[in-house]
Design a protein around this ligand. Structure first.
Ligand code: SF4
Length: 301
């Protein structure tokens, strides 16, 4: 996008209705300073920026990359200026618009406070109908509640290098969202042999059948690009909530919806009948190694 002698690409990070979760997640990025060195940060809610917030809401600047965090509410104002006007101004001139997190991508949690009004910047769930339809080709969705800091870092680095970012039909980078969150989970063997866990926080057992794990139907690389470079929710025994998908949040996040004990949703792309046949067979094996504790801490007298 720019040669070495060009000035650094400028970023404005702007917030709609938000809990700040994506901002906080981004602050956890390893080598954050190294990444930020490549850009001119005009405005950010918490990081040192070159412009004051009044200048941003007055819309007297333009930027190369406009990052929007939070649900879009057309009636919301910042410094007495309608957010809709601010978004329109920066989106018009920006080369890239990044929706940071699931609220900005699809509406997310804050959409429920006014479902007829609030939305993502380009989507309402999986339907295109946000305020940035005219700038659609510039929008990249980094969904997640919160987004993974390395997913945003990857996207910014690709932009800075002038590389093309392939996106899926929901405008998420394919490189980051082609995997299912299930891929790479350390509990995959339990899933294959249908060994469930009854509790959270266990090393053993899969969370799919009883605890609501959505990883087999969720596009995300949480078990490939680990959180804090060490772990993921499912690796520590907590179900995936499917937070990168447009239908997030669902109700009853900690339970698997079943119909006559059969999971209502089965792994993506697998015909239900075939899945049930395989499940039935796998369950008959009762593999001892998988039914016990991985580490048997025997008490000594
Ligand atoms: S806990 Fe979730 S991600 Fe891990 S194997 Fe089971 S279904 Fe897959």
């Amino acid at each position: 996008m720019h040669s070495k002698q060009d000035k650094k690409p400028s970023i404005i990070w702007f917030q709609g209705l938000t809990c700040n979760g994506n901002t906080h997640s981004f602050l956890n990025l390893e080598n954050l300073e190294k990444l930020l060195d490549k850009f001119e940060l005009l405005s950010h809610p918490t990081l040192p920026s070159t412009q004051d917030f009044k200048t941003i809401t007055d819309c007297t600047l333009i930027c190369d990359i406009f990052i929007f965090e939070g649900t879009y509410d057309p009636l919301m104002k910042r410094n007495n200026v309608l957010v809709s006007n601010i978004i329109e101004h920066y989106s018009k001139y920006a080369k890239y618009i990044i929706a940071a997190g699931s609220c900005a991508s699809f509406g997310g949690i804050f959409r429920s406070s006014a479902p007829q009004r609030n939305s993502g910047i380009l989507f309402v769930e999986q339907e295109k109908s946000g305020p940035l339809l005219s700038y659609e080709r510039k929008v990249i969705n980094i969904s997640g509640c919160p987004l993974h800091p390395q997913w945003l870092s990857y996207t910014l680095n690709m932009i800075e290098k002038g590389n093309n970012i392939e996106i899926d039909s929901l405008h998420r980078p394919i490189e980051l969202y082609s995997n299912l969150a299930h891929h790479g989970c350390t509990k995959n063997e339990y899933f294959e042999w249908k060994v469930d866990t009854e509790n959270f926080g266990e090393k053993e057992g899969c969370l799919f059948y009883k605890q609501g794990c959505r990883a087999p139907m969720t596009h995300a690389s949480c078990n490939k690009i680990l959180w804090n470079e060490v772990s993921s929710k499912t690796r520590v025994g907590t179900p995936c909530f499917g937070c990168t998908e447009p239908n997030f949040p669902r109700s009853n996040l900690f339970s698997t919806k079943t119909n006559m004990s059969i999971p209502e949703d089965v792994p993506l792309g697998v015909p239900k009948r075939n899945y049930l046949t395989i499940t039935g067979i796998a369950k008959t094996f009762h593999i001892k190694r998988l039914e016990g504790k991985l580490i048997d801490y025997k008490t000594t007298d």
